[in-house]
Design a protein around this ligand. Sequence first.
Ligand SMILES: Cc1cc2nc3c(=O)[nH]c(=O)nc-3n(C[C@H](O)[C@H](O)[C@H](O)COP(=O)(O)OP(=O)(O)OC[C@H]3O[C@@H](n4cnc5c(N)ncnc54)[C@H](O)[C@@H]3O)c2cc1C
Length: 553
Amino acid sequence: MSSLKADVVVIGTGLAGLVATAELAEAGRRVLVLEQEPEASLGGQAFWSFGGLFLVNSPEQRRMRIRDSRELAWQDWLGTAAFDRPEDRWPRAWAEAYVDFAAGEKRSWLHGQGVRFLPNPGWAERGGYDATGHGNSVPRFHVTWGTGPGLLEPFVRRVREAERGGLVRFAFRHRVDELVVSDGAVTGARGAVLAPSGAARGAASSREVIGEFEAAGQCVLVTSGGIGANHELVRRNWPERLGAPPKRMISGVPEHVDGRMIAISEQAGAKVINPDRMWHYVEGIQNWAPIWKHHGIRILPAPSSLWLDATGRRLPVPLFPGFDTLGTLAHIGASGYDYTWFVLTRKIIEREFALSGSEQNPDLTNKSVREVLRTRVRGGVPGPVQAFMDHGADFVVRRDIRSLAAGMNALTGEPLIDVDALEQEIVARDRELANPFSKDLQIMAIRSGRRYLADRVSRIAAPHRLLDPEAGPLIAVRLNILTRKTLGGLHCDLEGRVLDAAGEPVPGLYSAGEAAGFGGGGMHGYRSLEGTFLGGCLFSGRTAGRAVAARVG
Ligand SMILES: Cc1cc2nc3c(=O)[nH]c(=O)nc-3n(C[C@H](O)[C@H](O)[C@H](O)COP(=O)(O)OP(=O)(O)OC[C@H]3O[C@@H](n4cnc5c(N)ncnc54)[C@H](O)[C@@H]3O)c2cc1C
């Protein structure tokens, strides 16, 4: 058994763990960072992320003539979170502190560390209800120049510098199986040393055990991520309000997002709250070049695709692409099927299909202005999207409706799409385009969206008939349910101190990031405004890191 010691033990090298470690080291504390994966996976999920961040009243928004404010953002947050439980006290306090951060110091803090953003904030989760309901009133999704890796960069740099200075020590392939509790306080962690692994970043690594370790510190900070790759746990926590758990799901996260550490923390006295609150996407496509098991990619949709259920019926208002993720998930849950369809044209896919993830956006991830101009401004189907059209298991590309319907039925192996009904639906929708006004709320949403300059230029196709041969071919995309984020988690106060069942701090135990529901045990409540997960890791990692540094000082 190897023995390790430091002032603070951090579990997990995702964004939250790295931010906290950077803050701890800056305060002069000695940190031991335990990580089950090999060094190649440093950065965890954030490396794979799109790097979209929720910012409020930013210079990027102002340049695009978006009028945003802390008050509007908080109104949107409350309508989206819909906090309604007694245990929402700390999550709500975290949410308010986070909105203040997003409207205040967040951008300058990141900017000061070299992080930059694209000039055109995206409009995610538009809601479609009234002013106090779910959704972003304005575009707030700021994509980091360099995507996820670009956001990780300064924190990796700071932590590596501290490692060279002797303050930080990484122990990769150290999997925590138990927290050490002495006299009621958490004083360390025990676990298995796993065999060295040459697994590439994100790929599954072996679980062969070659030894044991025990690590001791004055405080332990759990930043171990959520549960998204553990489909069994996702199904167990699936709430009734979303219908029956899907039989088939794909994974939007690598396998290390296994949720084990949450139960291990519970065994040490921690209380988990809101485990039924999760954020899974409804526009998942199977990755034709998978890196991890069941690897799925999320389409970040804009509003023009026609959204049909498995039987070819249009989804109800306001379940348009990019409007209400969990509202759509609940509708699918009640449908008896676990997939839906987008029907669109080449003209729509060129403009409107963005794929979430750093590796799906090489132009942004590699910070290549030339490639961005070539692929996003000049037009044409972006390379990564074309690759899915050519190789993806969920794509049907045809010249006419009859063969499109036949292709859809062949893909699922179920004759659920009736070609005449499909044609009627599309022709009816196309008729609504004859005037500059319409009763069809989706057409109205497309036209309203195009009044936002950035979307008109690069994100929303000019309204056109789906059956216009000039806009074709026709494309149908089967959309799968893609697991991603855990909104509930370890109950924490505003310092990140983990609370027990009585609401009292478990001495020595802290948490941040997705393991802590991005703050407090669920600062999102039921739903998210997007870009708030990376931001939640930044804020809760920084807050807990500073609080622990003060505690062990
Ligand atoms: C493809 C993709 C796109 C995304 N895009 C966005 C976006 O644009 N905007 C946004 O806000 N969010 C986005 N997200 C979500 C965001 O990236 C994650 O929520 C966030 O990075 C989670 O960070 P974390 O540090 O909490 O956990 P993780 O990144 O999951 O890191 C946790 C680490 O802990 C380790 N660990 C777990 N258990 C143990 C144990 N027992 N012992 C030792 N080590 C352990 C894991 O191996 C892992 O390395 C995206 C995620 C993905 C996958």
